[in-house]
Design a protein around this ligand. Structure first.
Ligand SMILES: [Zn+2]
Ligand SMILES: [Zn+2]
Length: 260
């Protein structure tokens, strides 16, 4: 993850561009301009630009962003490995923010509440996957920071159906919560499928695994992570383990090296 952050930050350069046309501000929402880190095309540097603060349409929340994580998928976007992105795009899909305005028809949220926004940002609600509780497979899905403006900005708007309430405790920092919106979410989705298992094997030990390893340890499950003995991985693994509170692994929690 440190490598990813270094890669992103090394590509940042600061430029100013004129504001673009957007929806008119709605009553009680925040308007004006905001800072946004914008990717105009794969392989280019992120640019710091000043864009109009987006206004929530019906069914959306406007969010003041507190933190947004960096995911491997952001680097796939940067490297041109994802088809049909929206250009220019504000990347970032591990968003933690506070509700600053509520669009028409949205209930169940209050201004000031902390919410998170993940990669899956919109689904049709009508296809066979949406109707069978598998909306993550929606054939018309749109994704945050890819086809929908993401979290590397001061503000964003998001479909309220994909905004999840998060803890607001003073000791719970937004930066700590951000990785849960992708690595934590997809890891937990997989972990739920083996919630009854006593022993669990994980292929790889990246962002998702180092989060769910903590959940498994808390639940008393044995886990075994299988990863290739690459030099880089060997160097960074102790850092990952320390960050995950797993510095001292017992025989019940092991990292196993597989053949390259
Ligand atoms: Zn992600
Ligand atoms: Zn659908």
């Amino acid at each position: 993850m440190t490598g990813n952050l270094t890669k992103i930050s090394s590509l940042v350069k600061v430029v100013a561009t004129p504001p673009r046309e957007r929806n008119l501000p709605m009553p009680n929402s925040v308007s004006g301009t905001m800072r946004a880190m914008v990717l105009h095309h794969s392989g280019e540097a992120l640019r710091l630009e000043h864009w109009p603060i987006p206004q929530p349409a019906a069914g959306q929340l406007q969010l003041r962003i507190e933190a947004c994580g960096v995911c491997r998928t952001d680097l796939h976007l940067l490297d041109g490995e994802l088809p049909y992105p929206r250009w220019p795009i504000i990347p970032g899909h591990e968003i933690v923010g506070r509700v600053s305005a509520i669009g028409a028809g949205v209930t169940g949220f209050t201004v000031g509440e902390r919410v998170g926004v993940p990669w899956l940002g919109w689904t049709c609600g009508q296809c066979r996957f949406c109707l069978s509780g598998r909306e993550n497979l929606c054939e018309s899905a749109r994704f945050t920071g890819y086809q929908i403006y993401g979290g590397y900005a001061d503000y964003t708007v998001a479909d309220a159906r994909y905004c999840f309430p998060l803890p607001c405790h003073a000791d719970q920092s937004a930066a700590e919560l951000a990785p849960l919106l992708c690595a934590g979410l997809i890891g937990y989705r997989a972990l739920r499928l083996v919630s009854e298992a006593h022993k669990v094997g994980i292929y790889g030990f990246g962002a998702a695994a180092h989060i769910i390893a903590q959940v498994m340890r808390h639940a008393g499950q044995e886990f075994y992570a299988f990863t290739r003995p690459a030099t880089q991985k060997r160097r960074t693994l102790p850092v990952f383990l320390a960050l995950a509170g797993l510095a001292a692994l017992t025989k019940r929690h092991q990292i196993c090296w597989t053949r390259p």
